[in-house]
Design a protein around this ligand. Sequence first.
Ligand SMILES: Cc1cc2nc3c(=O)[nH]c(=O)nc-3n(C[C@H](O)[C@H](O)[C@H](O)COP(=O)(O)OP(=O)(O)OC[C@H]3O[C@@H](n4cnc5c(N)ncnc54)[C@H](O)[C@@H]3O)c2cc1C
Length: 812
Amino acid sequence: MTLPAQAQIIVIGGGIIGCSTAYHLARDHKADVILLEQGRLTSGSTWHAAGLVGQLRSSASITRLLKNSVELYKTLAEETGLETGWKMTGCLRLATNEDRWIEYRRLATTARSFGMEMHLISPEEVKAMWPLMDVSDLVGASWLPTDGQASPSDITQSLAKGARMHGARIFEGVRVLGFEMDGNRITAVKTNDGVVRCEKVVNCGGQWARQIGVMAGINVPLQPVKHQYIITERLEGLATDAPTVRDPDRRTYFKEEVGGLVMGGYEPNPQAWTTGDVPDDWEFRLFEDDFDHFEQHTAQAVARIPALETAGIKQMINGPESFTPDGNFILGSAPECANMYVGAGFNAFGIAAGGGAGWALAEWVVGDEAPLDLWAVDIRRFSNLHQDRQWVCERTLEAYGKHYTIGFPHEEYESGRPYIVSPLYERLKAHRAVFGSKLGWERPNWYAPEGMEPRDIYSMGRQNWFGPVGEEHAHVREAVGLFDQSSFAKYEVTGADAAESLDWICANDVVKPVGRLTYTQLLNSRGGIEADLTVARLVEDRFYIVTGTGFRTHDAAWIADHLRGGDVTLTDVTEEFGTLSLMGPKARKVLGSVTGADVSNEEFRFGHVREIAIAGHTVRALRVTYVGELGWELHIPIGATGDVFDALMQAGRPHGLRPVGYRALESLRLEKGYRAWGSDITPNDTPFEAGLGWAVKLRKNAPFMGRAALEAQAGKPLTKRFAGFTVDDPDVVLVGRETILRNGETVGYLTSGGYGYTVGKSIGYGYVRNPEGVGDGFLLSGDYALVVANDVVPAKIGLKAFLDPQNMRVKN
Ligand SMILES: Cc1cc2nc3c(=O)[nH]c(=O)nc-3n(C[C@H](O)[C@H](O)[C@H](O)COP(=O)(O)OP(=O)(O)OC[C@H]3O[C@@H](n4cnc5c(N)ncnc54)[C@H](O)[C@@H]3O)c2cc1C
């Protein structure tokens, strides 16, 4: 077969991800697609995978993709005639201590929230299912009956055959050497066998995806890491349908294979492979066996399955796999290039993810939009920080090492810190700040009182910061606090056509008179919320946009992708401004005493922006709040941030001003019912469903992105609606993903959970679903409960903010 001169879509890489993507492009979209593989199919990481297929993750969308995989693997052989080795053996996860057990109780709840069955079973039941196991140290286990295992090479060959059957052409022995570009658009792919013109490229290059990306100017932050497992000789008494086993407290996993066991693990001291380029000729290759390094797993595995002591080892597999800094894979449209899509960095669950990820990627490539909320895996969650190879390597190894550690709520990574600090870093440290990190920025989470060590101590219940954060919270409600939010992403949109462009992109009316600021969503073609931010009109042709720290690349790319052309420019000005949010009933008194500007309510109303002078510097003051109190966001030329902080702290002394951290911000916003993008509001949710219809300019006649979808939804009963819940029991800890029960039936799950210190209750938010419609009557008539760590606890629903009216001082 000769390489064509032209193809609509070129998929690079013949591992499971490339083959699955090509299969779905051909099957679902009848696309003109070719797949290029430098060696032979499966010869990268795929052929040596162990083949465990688990489905449950903490993200609903990733879980949905993994469920898609299983659905596909069940039926693929029927379609293609090539077996996949799929066996629905179920999966056991073992718990040997109370914290792990609570983790599983929460996992079982998450599974139920996501529509999956997961049971918690006793050590005796484990023993009955897996007689070779020593269960003497077990507290119990979780049992997910629909998990299983498959043969990685067979699935991939079956997908490749399916792709061909639907018209895709697959070329082995064709290496991509570079790209012909027109600006930031690929026009052709250069190979060792000629040049192919194309419209779109999908980079499924596995551990090579980083270097393939570089050739088109994009960053794919992954790190190859050595991962080992052994295959034993036959074990007497091991059933061929034995469930797969994960034993995280002993950092190991097991899978039956031809009567013997596959056994591997996640060590706390993983070994990175190269931080340079991966060699091109790494085809069906492995590293040398490293029994010294593997010994830590063997010792643990023998303790769990004593029969392993005498079992012969048939083979050791020591192969490279790409891991990422946050343990999630990388999918979607690269922000630096107009037509390269990526599916890579699968963190040793590429076989489990392959079917679903290939489906999602194919939809994304053809539709130019993610088909559902895929923020957790979106390539746009990264930033310039992730071009630092050393940083990526360190953080990735930390994430690998934590693969099987207990997932405590609110846990922070420790490696590669501090990386980016605000100008106030040393000052806040002197105030005993305990920092967290977000997209490389150090941010104060809370402040330790004198006599308390300034560090997080994690636990499954209330953690050590619970009390101090309550004091910070109360201080903002009753007096005034100062948040360092310098890490906010900030952009300017300028030019004669800026207003028209933003009018198209924003769901709310942001084209207001100069000096006004507007809270708005940006919507996709389904009316789903792609971003949630504020837009301030500084002058006629200049707008200032502020959004969350983590959304910097994503939101900028979304805006840039959808600007309508003409005289309009988007500039990222994040590092040009420090941001201090002065919030609380006494905020006006403090601000009034450091500026000559009139900050009275008459002269400086809510939703306005003004330039005011503080400590001799010109500061952009935005009257806005995320905590439900009177307040201003002060955007300060970055070099002057320290001066302004000092001036505010000094002037604020008589009013009790104190620095406050992000954990208090979270509890304050939960009480006030402000939605958080990425959890409460996502590309899956429309503003109507989210209760944000008031921020949509449907009544204005102007067209805007997502309008058609919203018009189709307007006036019809909504099938899901965002609602709040409170729990009175002070011992209940909400962390998100708890199941919502209405009259005993599952109707949804929490997208956010935490504690409201002013109301003195745990608070959660989530969508209540009902195919027949969710009106106020339906919502308010039910009896509600939440499933929290597998326990049913009574809850009350609320459709308005949970604060008492006297606390609602925002507009005064
Ligand atoms: C020891 C081990 C055990 C594992 N166990 C499991 C498990 O139990 N369950 C699970 O789900 N996952 C497991 N995995 C992970 C799984 O193997 C991977 O996530 C998956 O194979 C990744 O598939 P891929 O298609 O992204 O990459 P690959 O299979 O590496 O495919 C990428 C392909 O791109 C090709 N390519 C690269 N550069 C070019 C170029 N310039 N031109 C043309 N082609 C190019 C390569 O030759 C390669 O074939 C394991 C991994 C290891 C190492």
